[in-house]
Design a protein around this ligand. Sequence first.
Ligand code: FO1
Length: 331
Amino acid sequence: MKGNTGAAATAPPGGRVLALCGGIGGAKLVLGLDAVLGAGRLTVIVNTGDDFEHLGLHVAPDLDTVLYTLAGLSDPVRGWGRVDESWNFMTALRELGGEAWFALGDRDLAVHIERTRRLRGGETLTSIVADMARRLKVEARIAPMTDDRVRTIVHTPDGPMPFQHYFVKHACTPAVTSISFAGAAEARPSPVFPGAVADPSLLAIVICPSNPYLSVDPILAVPGVREALEHATVPVIAVSPIIGGKAVKGPTAKIMKELGVAATSAAIAEHYHGLIDGLLIDAADAAEANLVDIRVATAPTTLMKSIDDKCKLARIVLDFAGQLANEREPA
Ligand code: FO1
């Protein structure tokens, strides 16, 4: 909201929201935003730095997590993969001594096979995801951050590791010394992104409570994305993934400590400095609000267990965005 055009304050109630998202944690808020906004008002740009080629297939875990979550098909316990999954393929693969460290369920496999076939036929990831979402009756617009190849590399004392090797094969155990995004400098944003940012009915841009280092930074590393957020004419709001010094799930707090950063919401605000207008934090961290120089709102909880929790948090995010837009002086 750096341009002060007042766009969000005057936007019609039917305006749109653009969300930047990684996997499981971010997808929960995306589900709440979609439910609260109503049909077709949400665009989600998803991290593809976690994508990898495995068993000859193009696997896109964060895209699939968002797709399954919005389609009501995600496994509620694991958070990734499909509900009511069966594992015959993995059992048979293990019997053959195949590479079985990354679990591909039988139903999930269909998405990887179909996506790989279409990519090999020359279709873009943006087009494939849009079509799969339509077939699975998802009304939100889901797009990858880019159609180009960007791969998150986790640097550790044992050497560089492709993301899924660090995350799944090594269960996030190695210490992280730095993170890089191979191919990002040459990548272009998905064609969905410029249109979504420039949409005159856009109300807000939301950075979901995904891991800032592993899930959001790859999106911001695609040339043009960070700049678009910096110059956005609507409020840019992040939801902190940290509660009381801990991450709800995953290695966010561990990585922050390893990178020499305190695992606090104040440090999240610092990480997104110059990019966001407001940070939404959990009431447990309310004391940190004074430590940062951007607007902070507190939610009674940022934990999202039930659909009700997700909708409540989404409403708080949207109210916060509305407040920030209204507080601006007229152009
Ligand atoms: N996570 C795991 O911890 N173990 C797995 O075997 C695994 C398989 C898997 C298959 C498909 C998929 O879409 C996601 C999968 N994930 C698995 C989750 C994935 O590694 C993470 O969600 C992300 O990449 C981090 O956002």
